[in-house]
Design a binder for this molecule. Structure first.
Ligand code: FEO
Length: 397
């Protein structure tokens, strides 16, 4: 995508990565690609906010040269040192080595750690200002949203918040303005991003939103570092974050299971029927975690009030896809949901108690009864599973 005007003297100079399918190594699926948003502000002073991921460093710098001679850049703002935003800094700074780099104290540690460079770092804190002519940049630390070094930058006059990762999405689109995007896709990607990246920091999200609101500054645009720019009703994404940060749940029950010889799958379907019988209004979704995208399933778990986990017993434990999913779930720290566990077994049958223990260690309330069915469920096993579904649905209602 070519550079385009965001507002007045602010230009997008980032990179749209249509090909990306995995982010954070193999940790996060990006079905719709992503963008690395970098912004050039040309007032009396010229300032660049963030760069792009390292594989695109040369392309980024070459494209930037088409927009402005690099020596005209007066300062660089590094809102966040993670390599998807700082990866092109070494290539850029090779051309302008004496330009100041504004970031938080943790940003200095992180940038030095990544690149072993000693650029002219200027440490900033919340409320610090950098005049760029008639307008000013105001820095707002955003520690743990989502890294210790994260910050946001506000441009007075244009009333733009450059929010870095917060309010972003991994979403490549032809036009990077929120009102021009496919609204269903945008909504899905925003929620998935929040659920998989930001939920561990929900309390801080709520606090930071309050802090920014209390500054009482006008906000005409929110420019994150991934995905669309919020220009149409920009506070809509702030309102969504406020909702999501508050132990979010919809009227949904999600069954996440794995199965070796179909016994646990048959139980899952019978439990789902029991849930529907007890709570006809609830949306019920089933996922075999071995066959499903874990980040998409995590977004469904985030939306749920009840999550039911199933695994047969293998080697006195649980299947590996379920073990990995539960480990990820532990780290995300979802709140305000109820869980239940089930599984088929042939010999020792430890899977249910193991899942219950892992969930409780992660802070989840787990329904006290654990449903185990020996071998492949017969009519009685299916009846017990339906009954279990009715009981856990009533408990979660
Ligand atoms: Fe988009 Fe935390 O990097």
């Amino acid at each position: 995508m070519k550079p385009f005007q965001v507002k007045n003297n602010v230009t997008w100079v980032g990179k749209t990565d249509w090909e990306l399918r995995k982010f954070h190594g193999e940790e996060y699926s990006t079905h719709k690609g992503t963008t690395y948003n970098s912004y050039l502000i040309r007032e009396k002073k010229t300032v660049l906010i963030d760069t792009v991921w390292q594989p695109f460093a040369r392309e980024f710098v070459e494209n930037l040269k088409q927009v402005i001679p690099l020596e005209k850049i007066d300062a660089v703002i590094a809102n966040h040192a993670e390599v998807d935003h700082s990866g092109a800094l070494p290539e850029l700074m090779r051309h302008i080595p004496d330009r100041p780099v504004y970031c938080t104290a943790n940003g200095v540690k992180s940038l030095k750690g990544h690149y072993h460079a000693d650029w002219d770092f200027h440490v900033v804190k919340t409320g610090d200002r950098l005049p760029v002519g008639d307008k000013e940049l105001i820095f707002i630390e955003a520690q743990m949203l989502h890294w210790p070094d994260s910050m946001m930058t506000y441009l007075t006059g244009d009333n733009i918040v450059f929010s870095n990762d917060a309010f972003g999405q991994h979403y490549a689109t032809e036009s990077l303005f929120n009102d021009l995007a496919d609204q269903a896709e945008l909504s899905t990607e925003c929620l998935k991003y929040y659920a998989n990246i930001l939920t561990p920091f929900s309390k801080l999200v709520a606090k930071k939103i309050q802090e920014v609101v209390s500054l009482n500054v006008p906000i005409d645009m929110i420019c994150p570092s991934h995905g669309v720019i919020w220009r149409d009703n920009p506070l809509q994404i702030v309102e969504k974050y406020t909702k999501w940060a508050g132990d979010y749940r919809e009227n949904q029950a999600t069954l996440v299971y794995d199965s070796m010889w179909q016994g646990t799958r048959i139980m899952a379907e019978a439990i789902a029927n029991g849930i529907r019988e007890a709570d006809p209004q609830v949306t019920v979704k089933l996922f075999n975690i071995s066959h499903s995208d874990k980040n998409d399933v995590m977004a469904e778990v985030f939306k749920s009030k009840l999550v039911v986990f199933g695994s047969p017993t293998i080697n006195r434990g649980i299947l590996s896809a379920m073990a990995g999913f539960l480990e990820e779930l532990r780290g995300l720290g979802f709140k305000g949901k109820k869980a239940a566990v089930f599984g088929s077994y042939g010999w020792s049958g430890e899977s249910v108690s193991m899942m219950k223990g892992m969930l409780e260690a992660a802070g989840w309330p787990v329904y006290p009864e654990m449903l185990k069915v020996l071998w492949n469920p017969d009519a009685e096993g299916i009846r017990l599973s339906r009954e279990f579904g009715r009981k856990i649905a009533k408990d979660a209602a």
